[in-house]
Design a protein around this ligand. Structure first.
Ligand SMILES: Nc1ncnc2c1ncn2[C@@H]1O[C@H](COP(=O)(O)OP(=O)(O)OP(=O)(O)O)[C@@H](O)[C@H]1O
Length: 259
């Protein structure tokens, strides 16, 4: 239930604007990879190409290849909806469906996929997913209450439960803690550590300490200049990137000298 991601020479465009250029990298199964870099360098754009989510923006397209255990996500006949089922995503702002109960929120992705489950199977899946997202104990007595009644941190864990309910192989997280308080942030960071036992995890974060705490591998992105495409400057073990990076730009960013 965890897959290897290989990206080969990826360019990403919004219409004529090349937002990201020439990215090649590998993410091993059951690891956490953090994407860091200054605002506008294309981290969100790039992470969205790993499950074809950028395609919801008219005019957005890629050149290059993204392989999941060797299968090209952009190959002919590949259905982007299927890709998003295999490669789940959690966004910056917790976005549970406000009118749905906690239980219905967890099941939303499964229902969207047209899967029919018996009452027992649904109850099992809800419990398993909420346990997987470290939320079960806090909500087990109010599964029929609205998801919007939870705290921000709980809502984000509910979104993670919704993502894992469809049994993805990869979980992408785009600044999942940026709207959360420090205690909820720690809860999500702990959860990321647990998720990597089963899934390949990729996270965009502006928080350097967070990248250092949660990731095995860190990728630093940067822009040559405003209006130029973002590029991957350096990728390596998080320990190396934070202690002894090869590139001066990486060191300057990590030590807070720019960005
Ligand atoms: N929907 C869009 N249409 C056109 N250009 C876009 C769109 N979204 C992002 N861009 C541009 O693509 C470039 C990369 O943006 P992106 O949001 O991926 O950067 P980022 O590194 O994630 O930034 P931040 O850290 O501020 O979230 C920027 O120049 C941005 O203006």
């Amino acid at each position: 239930m965890s897959k290897r991601i290989e990206v080969h020479d990826l360019n990403v465009y919004y219409g004529k604007f090349k937002a990201v250029e020439g990215v090649s990298l590998t993410v091993e199964p059951r690891t956490v990879t953090a994407f860091i870099g200054p605002s506008g360098c294309g981290k969100s754009t790039f992470i969205r190409t790993l499950n074809r989510m950028h395609e919801v923006i008219p005019g957005a397209y890629v050149e290059g290849r993204v392989l999941l255990d060797g299968d090209n996500l952009y190959g002919p006949g590949v259905d982007p909806v299927r890709v998003r089922r295999t490669v789940g995503m959690v966004f910056q702002r917790p976005n549970p469906f406000p009118t749905m109960s906690i239980k219905e929120n967890v099941l939303a992705g499964v229902r969207l996929n047209g899967q029919r489950l018996s009452a027992t199977a649904s109850a099992d899946l809800v419990e398993r997913s909420l346990r997987g997202a470290n939320l079960w104990n806090e909500v087990k007595d109010r599964l029929n209450s609205p998801g919007s009644g939870l705290s921000g941190g709980q809502q984000q864990r509910l979104c993670i439960a919704r993502a894992i309910a469809v049994q993805p192989e990869v979980i992408l997280m785009d600044e999942p803690c940026s709207a959360l308080d420090p205690i909820s942030t720690i809860a999500i960071e702990d959860l990321i550590g647990e998720l990597k036992e089963q899934y390949t995890v990729v996270i965009v974060t502006h928080n350097m300490q967070q990248a250092a705490r949660v990731s095995d591998q860190t990728a630093f992105f940067n822009l040559a200049a405003q209006g130029k495409p973002g590029r991957l400057i350096e990728i390596g073990s998080t320990e190396k990137i934070f202690s002894n990076p090869d590139e001066k730009a990486t060191e300057d960013y990590i030590t807070g000298r720019f960005g």
